[in-house]
Design a protein around this ligand. Structure first.
Ligand SMILES: N[C@@H](CCC(=O)N[C@@H](CS)C(=O)NCC(=O)O)C(=O)O
Length: 332
């Protein structure tokens, strides 16, 4: 069979999503050809509805008729499906560092503190529609007073994170985290919030967090940024698809992923084919996806959803997601 266009990959994203950038950088550094379907920064997102996705967060990535929700699982799958020249290490100890950096930035506070440093008087914070959308997303009311009140604590935490990188991982003057000549997956996992902060006007107080106090961290961000820009300049630009063309591609495609089966000894004790709902527990929790359980292992859950008579498979990571049998107590 002929190779699918753009490797069958369609990335749904918008340019200023720091989570989406993780995937955009990954694809650029790998030189993997892909298509993109640009999304509005606020709901609704009918292009995602059209491929059976209720999940509201960005990025989402379709590979063939498999759809991956969450940047962590997207990167993992790209590593598995395009193993030639993968960016992740094969050394278990280094893989541990990659993973710990991922956890640190996403789950253990770095991203959250970064989000708290989005200036309260920036253009997005002044946009009422954006504010309302993000209140639904976070489940918390937004107020300028609360953002300003929290800022000093967030600055202190962010300074602590910069200091940690400066005085441990990058202390010996290495170019990249694992001592490589080019950026590896560990750098993507480690750099993205720092990079976002560097470029977000008004986020960092220059008198406390700048290249002056943290020369190694800022030089690393710059080095990484240059490497991504050089890779992008070498690669073809991603094809840009409108929502209907993207949906047609997804629905006409074959499944790209393997069947992982349902581990019936999993602590959740769910059965193959059972109707379940899945939703994130850290943000965007108001949007649940419902379908028949077709895959469940330690890392991943997969459901089959029906889109105009065609089956689409939605994949989510296990961590920070809840999976509940429809009608069960945990499904309330
Ligand atoms: N753990 C998720 C988090 C994704 C996330 O929070 N994305 C933000 C954009 S940076 C988002 O979806 N914001 C609300 C929205 O765009 O609807 C991931 O790794 O992809």
């Amino acid at each position: 069979m002929a190779n699918p266009p753009n490797n069958g990959i369609i990335l749904y994203h918008y340019s200023y999503s720091p989570f989406a950038r993780r995937v955009v950088w990954y694809l650029a550094l790998r030189g993997i050809d892909y298509a993109e379907c640009r999304q509005p920064p606020v709901m609704p997102r009918p292009d995602l509805k059209a491929i059976g996705v209720n999940y509201r967060r960005i990025p989402v990535c379709a590979i063939g008729r498999d759809v991956y929700c969450d940047s962590r699982i997207i990167i993992q799958k790209l590593e598995q499906m395009f193993p030639q020249g993968k960016l992740g290490s094969s050394v278990p100890h280094s893989r541990g560092i990659e993973k710990l950096l991922e956890i640190w930035q996403i789950e253990a506070g770095v991203f959250g503190r970064g989000a708290a440093l989005i200036p309260s008087d920036g253009p997005l914070s002044k946009d009422k529609k954006f504010q309302k959308d993000r209140e639904e997303f976070s489940g918390r009311p937004w107020s300028k007073e609360a953002v300003d009140r929290n800022r000093p604590e967030a600055v202190a935490a962010m300074r602590n994170y910069f200091r940690f990188m400066e005085s441990t991982i990058l202390e010996d003057g290495r170019d990249y985290i694992l001592g490589t000549k080019e950026p590896s997956l560990a750098d993507i996992e480690g750099v993205w919030v720092f990079h976002w902060m560097r470029d977000l006007k008004g986020a960092l107080p220059g008198e406390m967090i700048s290249a002056k106090q943290f020369p190694k961290v800022f030089a690393w961000i710059e080095r990484f940024d240059k490497a991504v820009k050089a890779a992008k300049a070498k690669n073809a630009k991603p094809a840009s698809l409108k929502g209907d063309a993207a949906a047609k591609r997804v629905l006409d495609a074959s499944f790209a992923d393997q069947d992982i089966g349902v581990d019936e000894s999993d602590p959740l004790k769910l059965q193959k084919g059972q109707e379940v709902e899945i939703w994130p527990t850290d943000s965007g929790f108001g949007h649940r996806d419902r379908g028949a359980l077709v895959g469940l292992n330690e890392d991943e859950v997969v459901i089959a959803v029906d889109v105009s008579g065609k089956e689409v498979r939605l994949h989510f990571p296990r961590i920070n997601f809840r999976i509940a049998a429809v009608g069960s107590a945990s499904n309330l």
